[in-house]
Design a protein around this ligand. Structure first.
Ligand code: SF4
Length: 348
């Protein structure tokens, strides 16, 4: 294995966001783990590798998913509604959430396994996105931070060709990573999985504070942001914790930031847990409204709860949406045509 990696060294892509620590180790600072990696060792994400004292981005040439998705699937509800986004991922993630719905690709490569996926260049990704009529490229399904080199190279080309760039992220980024990617990023959906450091540690293999810091930085930089919380029964569904999440968004990010509260279905290491009840999602919505949030959406319950965007002023329908299907957008220069209220988002 080692010999093969050494032989392939020249083909491995150089990582960014790392430094040699002078003791034979390298430190990666793409994400808040800030892994110190010994020679021939791997970071926690299993796709960043110290090869002879240099950090390599193993997944750069391993695109594992490429799909044309509605932008609503990210979910981004206030960003070019009704358009499609060319969605890519490579294997690997920096977190290990027990409830992960994409664990087959996010938790790969497994111990001793090779990297799946195909070599697709950034220019090829951009061409395919344009050919498919997409308005944006999304780095999604797994964590973009661990494939930030491919994401950056693609985003730079995409920008030149008139495409927008989106991330769907767990937000466990460093300020250094935020600084690198934010000039090319048009929109991001960040998971705020809970408001408990213990849960982040025990269930997700992360920490709460770096996610909060990342959210605040992105907000200050003006990147369009929406926040998602997968509501998992018994983990983060108490009224008190939902209130903490909603109040953080409202106070620190702004009342115009959309909050997606999504229904959990048993998966990965939580496959036997019951799905979130509709009542709990309705509770989350009312907690969000009490915190002053203007736009709250329930995900994974298509057709049961209202998914439309309503004007916070006069309650007229601004975006008529059912599931991922948008049947009408009634917004004029970012405002409600009926009462003139500002409707936060990127509409054109
Ligand atoms: S991206 Fe995060 S998990 Fe992966 S090597 Fe870097 S610091 Fe470690």
């Amino acid at each position: 294995m080692l010999e093969r990696i050494m032989a392939e060294d020249k083909k491995l892509h150089d990582a960014i966001l790392w430094k040699a620590t002078g003791d034979g180790l390298v430190q990666c600072f793409a994400c808040a783990h800030r892994c110190r990696i010994p020679e021939w060792g791997f970071g926690k994400c299993r796709v960043r590798h110290n090869v002879g004292g240099k950090l390599k981005a193993l997944s750069y040439n391993h695109v594992i998913a490429m799909n044309v998705d509605p932008i609503e699937k990210k979910p981004l509800f206030h960003f070019l509604p009704g358009t499609t986004s060319f969605s890519i991922a490579t294997p690997g993630c920096n977190l290990t959430c027990n409830f992960c719905q994409n664990w087959r690709i996010s938790q790969s490569p497994g111990e001793g396994a090779g990297l799946e996926g195909q070599e697709v260049s950034p220019s090829e990704i951009v061409e395919r996105a344009l050919e498919s009529g997409c308005r944006s490229i999304s780095c999604t399904y797994t964590e973009p931070t661990v494939f930030i080199e491919l994401a950056m190279d693609t985003a730079k080309l995409a920008r030149k060709r008139g495409l927008k760039n989106c991330f769907v992220s767990n937000g466990f980024m460093t300020p250094e990573a935020v600084e690198q990617i934010s000039p090319y990023l048009d929109a991001i959906n960040v998971d705020l999985k809970c408001f408990s450091d213990e849960t982040y540690k025990d269930i997700c293999g992360g920490r709460l504070q770096p996610v909060l810091d990342c959210l605040k930085s992105l907000s200050a930089l003006g990147v369009w942001m929406e926040v998602t919380t997968l509501v998992v029964p018994g983990m983060n569904d108490s009224p008190g914790e939902l209130k903490q999440i909603a109040e953080f968004i409202s106070a620190e990010l702004g009342t115009g930031v959309p909050w997606h509260v999504s229904r959990f279905h048993g998966d990965y290491n939580m496959s036997t847990r019951l799905p979130t009840s509709v009542e709990t999602l309705e509770l989350a919505c009312s907690v969000g409204r009490e915190a002053g949030l203007k736009y709250i959406y329930c995900g994974n319950v298509h057709g049961i709860l209202d998914e439309r965007t309503l004007c916070p002023g006069c309650r007229s329908v601004m975006v008529d949406r059912r599931g991922f299907n948008v049947s009408g957008v009634n917004i004029l220069n970012g405002t409600c045509p009926d009462c003139g209220e500002l409707i936060e988002g990127v509409w054109e």
